[in-house]
Unconditional design. Structure first.
Length: 97
């Protein structure tokens, strides 16, 4: 079993309030959850209204599959989120038991 963990760093250039950030965050999280079998949540920058950091994780029997799944989710976020700009992302693979 392998665990894939990814942090996605987004910039919200047109955002002007925490309320608007929450709307964008909820939209991204809901769309990813409905399309992919991953765990996803906002993990940092909770009070910064122009930055959004999302944590994503998945479990797989194959390390390559977990890595591919996370890469696909990141591409999906980048391609479908109009209100946010992808700054960077980090992927870490945790060997399973």
């Amino acid at each position: 079993m392998h665990i894939g963990v990814c942090r996605v760093f987004l910039r919200l250039p047109g955002n002007r309030s925490l309320k608007e950030k929450r709307r964008i965050t909820r939209s991204v999280i809901d769309r990813v959850r409905s399309r992919f079998n991953v765990a996803i949540a906002e993990v940092e920058d909770n009070e910064l209204w122009q930055r959004l950091t999302i944590g994503i994780s998945c479990v797989s029997n194959d390390r390559g599959h977990a890595n591919q799944m996370l890469s696909t989710v990141v591409r999906y976020i980048e391609d479908t989120t109009r209100d946010a700009e992808l700054l960077d992302y980090e992927v870490e693979m945790v060997p399973g038991v």
